[in-house]
Every structure is written in structure tokens, then in C-alpha cells.
Design a protein around this ligand. Structure first.
Ligand code: SAH
Ligand code: SF4
Ligand code: F3S
Length: 442
């Protein structure tokens, strides 16, 4: 049996795609190996969203060469493959496959060809493709990533994703519900619905609110999450579904990007500062204790001190539970790269703003977490804590990471804990009831 080793970079959509690829290759007779040494096929599933994501992969491709024997096939898949296409083959003589996100169906044949010494670039978009018939090989023990939408029809001026993932398309509700039932049969109780603007999902039979209701009602599912929504697609129907469906968790990752309406306009985000605040207010009034996390970019071309100050003030006004912060990275071919060069924000200014934003984000998260000490949460035990010891890592419905003392056998269980300590970002929790193997019913 030939073996395949696969590494994944980038977002959850890429993780889900890797699971689909491994499923497809397992069906084609490949065994999966966790070690690149001696693997017959090495695949690197890549991200193109920022330059540093690409640099990491390029460095890694060099390292992986050391593990390859003469006949090892090295393939690059994902967003960098789509963005650079045959340029990857030209630059790296050991790479023989470049396969974009819509071309994974052909992987077994492409690998066969590569093993005969051929080299391929497969980067056509396929607007029908959802890989519905693939059996994903899941590695996350307690929750399942379920893509419900591929591509993106927004054109945020900084973003490469519409070019690497193509146009938006929604997967049929029946297929999403069927996959949800399958993951319950595999013993998982949490699903995360994935799409670039996931709440714009619409398969012609219903909107994202309908999808949340359908998935949330699948017997055996205890938690439904989704990522990432776009603020403009939070219709009343979607918010109502989030509030009413008990299995849908009280957390939303709501990318903000900037707090300045002028900046948001240059980014083509299609909402204003007030529009964002309004979205937050509507969600908070429907879902008490909603936890909100976000993405923010600093140093987009033309960002003034005053505009950056508006980002800081919006971060304060919303009070995020956590935020991912990014320095703007120009992406070839995106509209932002065509802005006049004099609008480029000097590196030292970007660095200083980044540090200031990060400090604020952390301080707010810390104070919000401190305020939750002593409260109780139901947590799902996910895995051993990275730092080891006797602690396991668990997650609350409101997306807080809680370290709990428990044996490995508790992975997959729901516990009620009291939040007894916090580092500012994560918690320690003390179980307040005997560990209960709760029935898998709603
Ligand atoms: N589809 C998702 C986000 C995909 S990319 C959404 O719209 O929410 C994840 C995050 O990366 C974005 O929210 C943005 O904050 C950041 N990002 C995207 N392109 C970037 C760039 N060129 N430079 C810096 N950050 C970027
Ligand atoms: Fe990129 Fe904007 Fe689409 Fe998100 S919504 S993937 S940021 S273009
Ligand atoms: Fe990266 Fe592609 Fe996801 S660019 S963030 S892996 S959609």
C-alpha cells in the first residue's frame, strides 16, 4: 500500500479539505502516515492569505526534500497552489503536483501520473464541486468541520481568497444534514459549519437560519458553531435561528477589520463603523452573554493615526472576548496593491500600531475573563492540554478554553465546571458534578 503524508496550513476550510483529500486517497488505496520520512506521497496543503503564510510553506518545502527518497511524489495543494500555479513547478524541481482547491477529485490520477514521472498543474475552478461523495478522514476527536459553502463573492480589496477559492457556492442542505448525521454516528457531538461568508449560505431552498435549524435539530448533535460570518449577512432570520436553536453556541466570530468607516470603505467591506456596531447590538439583544471574537488588520494603505484610533475605540466599544490581529500584507493582483505607493504605511508605524492594538485586545479579554471567574460552564473535553500534566483542554459553549483535571477517558465528555482561575486568556476549571456520560440526545 503506498503511503501519504499531508501537512495543513491556513484556515479550517483547509483542514476540512485535507480531511477530504485523505478520505479520497484512502478510498484509492493509500495509507496515511504521520511521518514524512519514507512516505510515497507528500502533500502540503497551503494558505496564501498573507506573505508570511507563504514563506513558511516555501521554507517547509525545502525541509521536506530531506525526507524524500528518489520516487517520492511531492505535491502542493490549496490556496498557494491556486495562486501560483505552474510557477511553483518552475521554482521547485522536486514538486511534481500543483493542485487547487476545486481539483482534489482528480488527486489519485494526478498522483499516478506523477509517480510515472510527469508533472501537473490542476487549478481549474469547478462551481459545482462540493466533494459530496468523499468520506472525510477526521482527526479532530470530538468535533467535525463541515464545509457548507465554498468560494467568496465579496471582494475585500486586501484579500486573495476570492482568487484562490473562486465564486461562492452553497452546498445543498440535504447533503449538510446527511454529513451531520454521519458524524453523530461516528461519535462526535459538535459540528462547525464552514464558509468564507458562511451566513450568506443559500442553496435555493432556504437561508443560513434554515440551515442552522436543520443541522441543530439532528439527533445527537449537542453543539453547532460556524465560521466566518460577514456582518452584512446577519439577517433577522439568521439571528433568530441563532437565538432559538438550543444547540447553536453563544459565540460568534465577527470579523471587523477596522473601526474607521473611511478605512472600511477602502477595504470594500460594505459596512460602516455604525453598521458593525448595529450588528453587534442586534446579536447581543437576541443572545444574552454572546461571546464575540474578531479579526482586525492594521496598516492597510492610507491608514492615518486618527483612523487607527477609531479601530482602538471600536475595539473598546464592542469589548471583544478575543481578537486575531494582522499586519496588512499586500497580495499580488488584489485591488489594494494598485493604491498609490505613497499610501503605504511605514513599517515602524505598522509595528507600533500592531503592538498597541494587541495590548488593548489582551487587556480587554483579560478583564472580560476575570469577570467570569466563579461562574459555571458546561465544557466539552477536547484533548490533552499542550503543556501536559493531568490537565485536559475543554471548551465552553461561549468558546472559552478551560483546563480541567480529568483522565484521558473524559475526552468527548461534557462536564460542568466552575471557572476557578484565569491566565487572562484561558481558564482552569473545577468539575462541580460527577463526570456524567450524558445521553446523546438534544
Ligand atoms: N472569509 C473570512 C476571512 C478570511 S481570511 C472573512 O471574511 O471573515 C482571515 C483574516 O485574515 C481576515 O479576516 C483578515 O483579517 C485577514 N487578512 C486577509 N487578507 C489579509 C491581508 N492581505 N493582510 C493581512 N490580513 C489579511
Ligand atoms: Fe476575503 Fe472579504 Fe471574502 Fe472574507 S469576505 S474571504 S475577507 S474577500
Ligand atoms: Fe488561507 Fe486559503 Fe484559508 S488563503 S485562510 S487557506 S481560504
Amino acid at each position: 500500500m503506498p503511503s501519504v503524508y499531508l501537512e495543513t496550513y491556513g484556515c479550517q476550510m483547509n483542514v476540512a479539505d485535507s480531511e477530504l483529500m485523505l478520505g479520497k486517497l484512502a478510498a484509492a488505496g493509500y495509507s496515511h502516515t504521520q511521518n514524512p520520512e519514507g512516505a510515497d506521497v507528500i502533500l502540503v496543503n497551503t494558505c496564501a492569505v498573507r506573505d508570511n503564510a507563504e514563506q513558511r510553506v516555501l521554507g517547509r518545502l525545502g525541509e521536506l526534500r530531506r525526507h524524500m527518497h528518489r520516487d517520492t511524489v511531492l505535491g502542493v495543494t490549496g490556496c498557494m497552489a491556486q495562486r501560483l500555479g505552474s510557477r511553483i513547478l518552475d521554482a521547485n524541481s522536486r514538486v511534481s503536483l500543483v493542485v487547487g482547491p476545486d481539483a482534489y477529485r482528480a488527486l489519485p490520477e494526478l498522483i499516478d501520473g506523477a509517480r510515472r514521472g510527469e508533472r501537473f498543474t490542476a487549478t481549474d475552478f469547478d462551481l459545482e464541486e462540493h466533494y459530496d461523495d468523499f468520506q472525510a478522514r477526521r482527526f479532530e476527536g470530538v468535533k467535525a468541520w463541515i464545509p457548507v459553502q465554498r468560494g467568496c463573492d465579496y471582494r475585500c480589496t486586501y484579500c486573495i481568497v476570492p482568487y484562490t477559492r473562486g465564486s461562492e457556492r452553497s452546498r445543498a442542505m440535504a447533503d449538510v444534514v446527511r454529513e451531520t448525521r454521519e458524524v453523530v454516528e461516528q461519535g462526535l457531538t459538535e459540528v462547525v459549519l464552514l464558509g468564507q461568508t458562511v451566513n450568506s449560505w443559500n442553496d435555493g431552498s432556504g437561508d443560513f437560519g434554515d440551515l442552522l435549524r436543520a443541522v441543530g435539530a439532528v439527533e445527537g448533535i449537542r453543539r453547532v458553531r460556524y465560521t466566518s460570518p460577514h456582518p452584512n449577512d446577519f439577517t433577522d432570520s439568521v439571528i433568530a435561528a441563532m437565538a432559538e436553536v438550543e444547540t447553536v453556541c453563544e459565540h460568534v466570530h465577527l470579523p471587523m477589520q477596522s473601526g474607521s468607516s473611511a478605512m472600511l470603505k477602502r477595504m470594500l467591506r460594505r459596512y460602516t463603523r455604525d453598521g458593525y456596531l448595529d450588528c453587534v447590538a442586534r446579536m447581543r439583544s437576541a443572545i444574552p452573554d454572546l461571546s464575540i471574537t474578531t479579526d482586525i488588520i492594521v496598516g492597510f494603505p492610507g491608514e492615518t493615526d486618527a483612523e487607527f484610533a477609531e479601530t482602538l475605540s471600536l475595539v473598546r466599544a464592542v469589548g471583544f472576548d478575543d481578537a486575531f490581529t494582522f499586519k496588512f500584507s499586500p497580495r499580488e493582483g488584489t485591488p489594494a496593491t494598485r493604491l498609490p505607493a505613497e499610501l503605504t504605511v511605514p513599517e515602524e508605524v505598522v509595528d507600533a500600531r500592531y503592538e498597541e492594538l494587541l495590548a488593548l485586545v489582551r487587556a480587554i479579554a483579560r478583564s472580560r475573563n476575570m469577570a467570569r471567574l466563579g461562574q459555571r460552564r458546561e465544557v466539552l473535553v477536547e484533548k490533552a492540554a499542550r503543556k501536559g500534566g493531568d490537565l485536559l483542554q475543554a471548551r465552553s459553549r461561549d468558546f472559552r478554553t478551560v483546563m480541567v483535571p480529568a483522565e484521558a477517558a473524559a475526552i468527548g465528555d461534557y462536564l460542568t465546571v466552575e471557572l476557578t482561575g484565569t491566565t487572562g486568556s484561558t481558564f482552569t476549571g473545577t468539575p462541580v458534578v460527577e463526570r456524567a456520560h450524558l445521553p446523546l440526545a438534544n
